[in-house]
Design a protein around this ligand. Structure first.
Ligand code: BGC
Ligand code: NOJ
Length: 812
């Protein structure tokens, strides 16, 4: 069952009922100012940091779902309604929400009055614009009132939810004309304030929540709105809000626009005041003046669309499969940009007050956005590498605002170092910019011990070499990619953090998965050494990789039909037929095979066949089987979840693409695509009543076969699934993969996929790639020509400065 449809021409998902199974949201903002916005106008805004500079308040765990936002109430006679249906939930004659790329549009109508809202954040300004268009679709004049409403957050969203003894006394506001200023703490140490304004004279306003809503009402029936009259209240402490009242008359057929701007304004420390205790409003007025007419708003909206046109034209596909086209050309890349901006901070499942930027998360996200914004990817790599320690280990998280490692969580997640190689290699393959390797980068942000980035990569590599256990496999530390395999933790008390309790290192617990990563990224490290002329180091790296490959294929790593997952701190196998529960895990099957382990000797196909046989479901591949039914102290959080959820046998979408990529490595296009399809939003749209999360983007987890709600998605938007799926479909299935020598084209597609075209910008060139599938070939390039010239192999030689490449590829 669907709750809307894709409008590919406009790059929108059109939601046709407000009663979606869960709030279906979108993100506004590209640089510094961001908003989350749901299909019923819920959500919140922040400047740069969702925790520290939160502009509007949101209530988590609320009921009904999603109860605060930027709302417009329309009161005509006794009827009060909202264009996005919530919060009043008045039955509307029509409702539509269009989530687009960086904007959302809402249309509601009642009794011949149509209200449209277009919300977006301009590319380079620190505000959100909501243009409200009201149209009288009847043949008689209409008179009604419009009320706006936002609730301010007192900046630090964490403190705002806790520190009431102070916060209920600090709120301060000011009103000048149609602009409401939220200036809490500006008198003392803040140099910023927020504004909410409309480009028309207002009849009245409110800034006290109790006056607007009423102490015993809610957003669903705000007292002042029901009374039809705001009270011009001036908040002093308690809960400041911003609400405007506009009294509107529309002739038959007439339409009027009102432009609302919610802005963040910062003043230089020495220019905070106009006069004694009068805040400097000049930058606020300048901001508002930029968007005070329809023409200016249209221009800003056009600029936003052009910005996205630019990004989304870097990789496009035209195939016979609309769903693939739509995901590749629009939604998958869009989600990659959102994960670039948000990491794992602010979604409807991540509160924005929790973790900072994950070391491994950010490196993996980069794989999906590096082709879109290489310069910003470069900076991101430097920021991440700056939180590495001298021994090659790394802070597991860092804060975007300070760029400092987060000592609460600390280090000891032993896969982290290798992800830095993954991200850097992807950046250099994409851009050819080797200078990044020479850039001096501090360790733990200490410039006095800075070393070239290449030295950081060496230390990443050596960290694994120097931290091996009894089987010569990498030690796991606190956990590897699977944050819930806490093999050294042994926690027995509720509330202890699985990630930080217990020793950060143990001499016994090992990870086969990190071994697979080491093969993949150790070889990429060796390639970088070669490019720098360090042939001995390259040879050493390859020797280490070969040793690891042998261990993986020995009895220590190979279980007979699949790869073992790990060894616990007693030296017992995890993810082996010897175990009672958790006999097979997805991660080492996907990663060892995509790294090429066992491809020649048959283990690769066998491991993938075992995945299909034991882990596959209609909704994707589960992370492990059988699910843990009891808590295993020696394993940690993985066994803490009820069977079928999250890391305990959920379908963790992130590592489904690893299996799909692995299938392309062994040349099985049909199966690779089947794995791609099962978690692909454009396909699961059809079962939205089961899947429940947004059908245009990936979620982190779908409940596995053991769960009560098998097939139900959770944790949408901020997941490494976005990047890995884009890598999978664009680089492995469609097969256009950036190498140091140039673009490689080596697709692996289903037998019935048909011909397709890819247009790819790569370094200075645009590549027009035409792929012909002869018969039912799934993989194998029979012929490749570049501008009419035959080329051996499947790499298009890169020519510096060349602008256009016309490439014909024949599979067969
Ligand atoms: C979740 C993991 C997540 C970790 C972050 C755990 O509770 O299950 O998916 O990576 O928290 O710290
Ligand atoms: C989500 C975390 O953000 C990520 O770092 C981790 O790899 C996965 N969960 C799996 O545990």
């Amino acid at each position: 069952m669907k709750f809307g449809y894709f409008d590919d021409e406009h790059r929108e998902y059109v939601i046709t009922t407000p009663k979606t199974p869960l709030p279906w949201i979108n993100y506004l903002g590209c640089n510094e100012f961001f908003s989350l916005i749901s299909n019923t106008c819920g959500g919140y805004s922040f400047y740069k940091d969702a925790k520290l500079l939160r502009l509007t308040r949101y209530r988590y765990n609320d009921m009904p779902y999603d109860c605060n936002g930027k709302y417009f109430y329309i009161k005509e006679g006794d009827k009060v309604w909202n264009p996005g249906w919530k919060p009043m939930q008045t039955d509307l004659d029509s409702y539509e929400c269009r989530h687009g790329i960086g904007y959302s549009r809402f249309t509601g109508s009642l009794n011949g009055l149509k209200a449209q809202v277009l919300s977006f954040v301009p590319v380079n300004d620190t505000c959100e614009i909501s243009r409200l268009t009201l149209t009288n679709e009847t043949s008689v004049e209409k008179t009604f009132s419009v009320f706006s409403y936002v609730e301010w957050c007192l900046w630090n969203a964490d403190d705002d939810m806790k520190n009431f003894q102070r916060n209920l006394s600090t709120g301060e506001v000011e009103v000048v004309g149609s602009t409401i200023f939220h200036k809490t703490e500006y008198r003392e140490r803040r140099n910023h304030y927020a504004i909410y304004s409309v480009n028309a004279p207002i009849t009245a306003f409110d800034t006290s929540r109790d006056n607007f809503i009423g102490a015993y009402h809610s957003q669903m029936n705000p007292e002042a709105v029901l009374n039809g009259k705001l009270t011009n209240s001036m908040a002093s402490g308690w809960s400041p809000i911003a609400a405007h009242q506009l009294d509107v008359t529309l002739k038959a057929g007439e339409s009027k626009d009102f432009i609302f701007v919610l802005g963040y304004v910062e003043n230089p420390e020495n220019n905070k005041w106009e006069s004694h205790n009068v805040i400097n409003k000049k930058p606020a007025n300048a901001l508002l003046a930029k968007f005070d007419t329809n023409e200016k708003v249209d221009a800003a909206f056009a600029e936003l669309n052009a910005y996205w046109d630019g990004l989304l034209s870097k990789y496009t596909v035209e195939s016979a499969n609309d769903k693939v086209n739509r995901m590749v050309n629009i939604w998958n890349q869009y989600q990659c940009m959102v994960t670039f901006n948000m990491s794992r901070s602010a979604s409807y499942y991540e509160s924005g007050i929790g973790r900072g930027m994950g070391f491994r998360d950010s490196c993996q996200d980069l794989l999906g956005f590096v082709h879109l914004i290489p310069d910003r990817a470069r900076q991101r790599i430097i920021d991440i590498a700056s939180t590495q320690f001298q021994d090659g280990s790394a802070y597991h998280q860092y804060q975007l605002l300070t760029k400092k490692g987060n000592s609460d969580i600390g280090s000891g997640f032993n896969d982290d170092p290798l992800w830095l190689i993954a991200g850097t290699s992807a950046y250099i393959r994409e851009t050819g910019d080797m200078t990044i390797l020479d850039q001096m980068v501090p360790f733990d942000n200490d410039e006095s011990v800075a070393q070239p980035l290449m030295e950081h990569l060496k230390r990443s590599f050596d960290y694994i070499v120097n931290h091996r256990g009894p089987h010569n496999l990498p030690l796991i530390g606190r956990a590897d990619w699977n944050d819930c395999l806490n093999l050294n933790c042994h926690s027995t008390q509720p509330g202890e953090s699985f990630q930080t309790f217990g020793p950060s290192e143990g001499p016994v617990a090992e990870s086969v998965f990190i071994g697979g990563m080491f093969v993949k990224y150790g070889l990429e490290y060796a390639d970088l050494c070669d490019l720098q002329g360090k042939t001995e180091e390259a040879a050493r790296a390859r020797r280490e990789v070969e040793e690891m490959r042998k261990v993986l294929l020995s009895d220590a790593g190979w279980d007979g039909k699949w790869f073992v997952r790990a060894y616990d701190s007693y030296g017992n196998k995890v993810g082996s037929h010897e175990c009672e529960e958790g006999q097979i895990y997805i991660e080492p099957q996907g990663f060892c095979v995509l790294a090429g382990v066992g491809v020649e000797t048959g283990e690769a196909k066998q491991a993938l066949d075992s995945v299909k046989e034991r882990l596959d479901t209609d909704y994707g591949i589960m992370i492990l089987q059988p699910a843990y039914t009891v808590y295993h102290e020696e394993l940690g959080e993985v066994s803490s979840y009820p069977p079928g959820y999250k890391e305990n046998a959920g379908i963790f979408c992130h590592n489904n693409p690893w299996v799909s990529i692995a299938e392309t490595v062994v040349g099985r296009g049909d199966r690779a695509f089947e794995v791609y399809r099962k978690t692909c939003p454009a396909y699961t749209e059809e079962i939205s009543e089961i899947h429940r999360t947004e059908p245009y983007i990936y979620c982190q987890m779908v409940a596995g076969r053991d769960a009560k709600f098998h097939g139900e998605g959770k944790n949408s938007w901020l997941t490494g699934t976005a990047a890995w799926t884009f890598v999978n479909i664009s680089q492995y299935i469609l097969g256009v993969y950036p190498t140091h020598k140039g673009l490689s084209v080596d697709p692996c597609i289903p037998a019935d996929f048909g011909d397709f075209k890819v247009t790819r910008q790569f370094r200075e060139g645009t590549y027009f790639i035409d792929v012909k599938q002869t018969g039912s070939t799934q993989k194998g390039v029979k012929e490749l020509t570049v501008d009419g010239q035959k080329v051996d192999g499947h790499i298009i030689p890169y020519e510096k400065g060349k602008k256009e490449y016309h490439v014909q590829v024949v599979l067969g």
